[in-house]
Design a protein around this ligand. Sequence first.
Ligand code: AN7
Length: 360
Amino acid sequence: MGMTSGIIERYREYLPVTSKTPFVSMGEGSTPLVLSQNIGPELGCRALYFKLEGCNPTGSFKDRGMAMAIAKALENGSKRIICASTGNTSASAAAYGARYGLRCIVLVPAGAGDVAVGKLAQAMAYGARVIAVKGSFDAALRLVREASERLDLELVNSVNPNRIEGQKTAAFEIVDDIGDSPDYLCIPVGNAGNITAYWKGFREYWQVARARSLPRMMGFQAEGAAPIVRGHPIETPTTIASAIRIGNPASWKGAVAARDESNGLIEAVSDDEIVNAYLRLARTEGVFCEPASAASVAGLMKLPSLGVPLTGKTVVCVITGNGLKDPSTAERRARVDFEFVEPALDKVEALLVEGQVSRI
Ligand code: AN7
C-alpha cells in the first residue's frame, strides 16, 4: 500500500474510520517540513519550518480533508458532492470526485480574479460541473449549504466535520517530524476550517502524550478580508489573496477558540506585506506559494512588532497552496524585463561576463 498510502491509512486510529470506510487516497499528506535557510535565521528563530502543503496531489492542503470527506461520502452511499470555493476546495473535490466516481458540482464566485486560473483549470480538467455565482464566496457557501439540505448532495466544504478530521493530520505530521509541538504555528485564515483543524490535531496528540506541549496558534487574515480581526462579517472582502477573500467564515467560532485556548492571536496583514513575503519566500527560500499562503509568513514577520518574541523559538508556517495555482500574481508582481540575445555564443558570453550580470 506504500505507493498510495495517504492520511487515512497513516492516521486511521485518530480518524472516524470504521470497518466500512474505504481507504480513499491519492497519496495526500506526508508533506515536507522544510527548514528555513534565511527568513528564520534573520528573525532569530531557533528553527523556522515551512510545511509545504502545496505538495499535496492537487496542490493544496484541502486534499487531506477531502480524502476523509470522500471516504465517508462513499461509505454513506452518496452519488454527488457539492462545494462552494475560492478555488482550492473545488480543485480537490473535483479530483477526488473524478477518481471515486462521484459527480462533483462546484459553486465559485463569478467576478474576474475571484478564482485563480490554475484552480479553475483544475476543476474543469477533472470534469466538475462549474457554476459561477454572481456574488461572493460567502453567498456561494450559503447556497450550497441550503441546496445540500434540500437535494441529495453531499456537502464537502469544511462545515462537513470529516474535512476537519482529515485536515488535523497535518498537525500530527508536524509533531511526528519535530518531536513536539512548535512554539508557534503561523497559518492563513479564510473560512477558518484549517486553523480549527490544526488546533484539534495538536490537542489530540497532546491528550495521548504524543506531544508534551501545545503551540500558540497565530492566524492571519488579509487586511481587506479580516472579519475575525474586526469582530464582524465583511460584506465585500478585498485582497490580492483570492483564496482567503472571505467575509463571513464558517468556522469563525473554531478559530476564536483556537486563538483563545492557545494564548494565540489572529491579526491582519496587508496585501503589500503578503506580496513582500511571497517574493521573499520564492527568492530566499526557493518556496513558490500562492499569495494566501504567504500570509502566514507575512504574519510571522510582523510578530515582533506585535510584541511576540521570536528569539529562540521554534516556529512552523503552513504554506497552504502551490504558487503554480495563481501564475498571474507572480507575473504581475515579480516581472523582470527579459534580456534578448542573438543566438551566438560570443553574444551570450558578453552578457555573462562576471560583473556585467545585472538582471536574471
Ligand atoms: C491556499 O478553497 O476557502 O481558513 O474555498 O485555498 O481553512 O479556509 C480556501 C482557503 C488558505 C484558508 N490558503 O483556509 C476554498 C477556500 C489557501 C486556501 C486558505 C485557503 P481556511
